[in-house]
Design a protein around this ligand. Structure first.
Ligand code: FES
Length: 555
């Protein structure tokens, strides 16, 4: 029987001949990122054999994603590589990636009075803890000063947790990490699919719980408080993430008629979170299967209901959720943008880690320049860099309106740009450095993602009969949105020219909304009513949506 030695983890696993490296890693609880869940399409599960000669002991059935150079260096896709002899494998540590990742924790908010759901009253030798008017429990002594809550943003890709002192609203600590569920399935639909497999829901729920306990321990350590004094956690996230975090089957969300097993606006016990024995989890109201509590949080802190004119709120992520507000009326929709904006399914795509190209410009003489996160050596391209690059290539004529590279001998663009157009595996690619480049297929991914969001904007405006020019303000939310600039969005046509000068980036409003729900219980009933009233626009039901989507693909 072959043995796999995982070098960094100091673990040796014996496997049946023909088992894949990913199967062995999962059995040993070693995390290897596998967003497509071993289908072989994402290319993100690459690991390296310590000695390339050991390639003779495996059979790697993947035919793309890895260059000849990588293969010669011993890289293989863990999910596609069957093992027949002893090998030594190097897997990047998840902890390292978490430490390096730039996650946006802050979101815009507004001034509101403190009125938390959790209150305490001391009398005699005890303190009574209330949730609203309900007595939750009694503690010995006077503990009124010690009342804490956690506002938790459960993103498809990242988790952000903030520890807050409830009586004063003081933010004591903030922590973030990758959502470990993304190692099993990258986006919402593949995660629903994974949860439907035997043991899948439990695997995803346990991955969430273990991530929460790690965040909790770091918060508690920083703030030096007793975890038994944390009484409430607000979960803000999309509808599927809330189901998975609550351990509830999300399967009906994946198929018509998209039934919700939880609707939000409710409490569940927090017994599995290692907090106060009578701790509570609050799930904010959910709008629909595809417009979740994260958007309810965004609507709350952006004061969308109070806006006088027409305002568009767009959360750009794997799913693009779009809300249109006008005079207190709200309509919402969701489009499947795919993971390109998170640097996934892009040959040199990367998350927002040091070395990721985050900005790119071409000057008047056609000279390209880029900036990486932390000023480190370029190792890949994150979402904002990707949009900058494509936008600038379109603007300078290297990429045509149809999304195709214009070859250097036909193109009328500047010499430095021609020099950057080189062959990669026989086809033209644009090279930012010798190792970091963008391919025709990557540009196609950006087209599909931006086409999804642009067609969603157009359909929603049409539904409410609001011309593009009547939109007063465009709020861009989501951790991805933070690194963007308006001109990139305009250059690639993700937003129409009529929105120029109206864009404001509001950051992680899912997180700031969770904090608002935690600190003022009055928002809960108000937002429950709002969620019921929102006009839910189903793009698939929009006449000629296919045609609209295709028309939105061009640059
Ligand atoms: S290619 Fe291996 S998990 Fe996606």
């Amino acid at each position: 029987m072959p043995t796999i030695s995982f070098i960094n983890q100091n673990l040796n696993i014996t496997v049946a001949p023909g088992a894949t490296i990913l199967e062995a890693a999962r059995a040993a609880n070693i995390e290897i990122e596998s967003p497509c869940n071993a289908v072989g399409t994402c290319g993100k599960c690459s690991v390296r054999l310590l000695d390339a000669a050991q390639l003779d002991h495996v059979n790697d059935s993947s035919d793309n994603h890895l260059s000849q150079v990588d293969r010669a260096a011993g890289y293989v896709l863990a999910c596609q590589t069957s093992v027949y002899g002893d090998i030594e494998v190097i897997v990047h540590s998840k902890a390292d990636e978490n430490r390096r990742l730039n996650i946006l924790a802050e979101g815009e908010s507004f001034d509101y009075a403190g009125d938390p759901y959790i209150t305490k009253r001391a009398g005699g030798d005890v303190t009574k803890v209330f949730g609203g008017e309900t007595l939750l429990g009694i503690e010995p002594g006077d503990t009124t000063e010690y009342a804490y809550g956690i506002a938790l943003d459960i993103g498809t890709t990242t988790l952000v947790a903030e520890l807050i002192h409830l009586p004063t609203g003081e933010r004591l600590a903030s922590e973030s990490m990758l959502n470990p569920q993304s190692t099993y399935a990258q986006d919402v639909l593949t995660r629903i699919h994974f949860a439907a497999q035997e043991g899948g829901l439990q695997t995803l729920h346990e991955a969430f719980l273990s991530a929460f306990s790690s965040l909790r321990d770091r918060l508690i350590q920083t703030a030096k408080i007793n975890p038994r004094h944390v009484y409430e956690v607000v979960y803000s996230g999309n509808t599927t993430m809330l189901h998975l975090a609550a351990g509830v089957d999300p399967a009906p969300l994946g198929k018509y008629p998209y039934i919700l097993n939880i609707i939000g606006g409710e409490h569940i016990p927090a017994t599995s979170l290692g907090l106060s024995p009578f701790g509570q989890i609050y799930l904010p109201p959910i709008i629909s299967a595809f417009v979740g509590a994260d958007i309810t949080s965004g609507i709350l802190v952006s004061r969308l209901e109070q806006k006088a004119g027409a305002t568009l709120f767009i959360d750009i992520g794997t799913n693009g959720e779009i809300v249109l507000a006008q005079g207190g009326r709200l309509a919402a929709t969701s489009t499947a943008a795919g993971p390109a904006f998170e640097g996934m399914n892009i040959v040199c795509g990367a998350r927002a880690v040091p070395g990721s190209v985050e900005q790119f410009q071409i000057d008047g003489d056609g000279r390209p320049a880029y900036k990486t996160i932390g000023g480190a050596r370029a190792i890949g391209i994150c979402g904002s860099g990707l949009l900058d690059i494509v936008g600038e290539l379109v603007r300078s004529g290297v990429v045509g309106k149809n999304g195709r590279f214009v070859s250097p001998d036909q193109g009328g663009y500047a010499e430095p740009l021609k020099a950057a157009m080189r062959r990669h595996e026989g086809k033209f690619a644009f090279f930012i450095t010798d190792d970091v480049f963008i391919t025709q297929r990557d540009i196609r991914q950006v087209q599909l993602a931006k086409g999804a969001i642009r067609s969603g904007i157009t359909a929603l405006l049409a539904k409410l009969s609001i011309p593009e020019t009547f939109v007063d303000e465009v709020l861009i939310a989501g951790s991805f949105g933070y690194h963007l600039c308006e001109s990139s969005l305009l250059n690639i046509g993700l937003i129409p020219p009529a929105f120029a000068g109206k864009v404001r980036f509001v950051g992680n409003t899912s997180q700031s909304g969770a904090a608002a729900f935690l600190l003022n219980t009055g928002f809960r009933a108000g937002m429950r009513e709002m969620a019921l009233k929102v006009d839910k626009v189903e793009l698939a039901d929009t006449p000629d949506f296919e045609k609209l989507f295709i028309a939105s693909l061009g640059f």
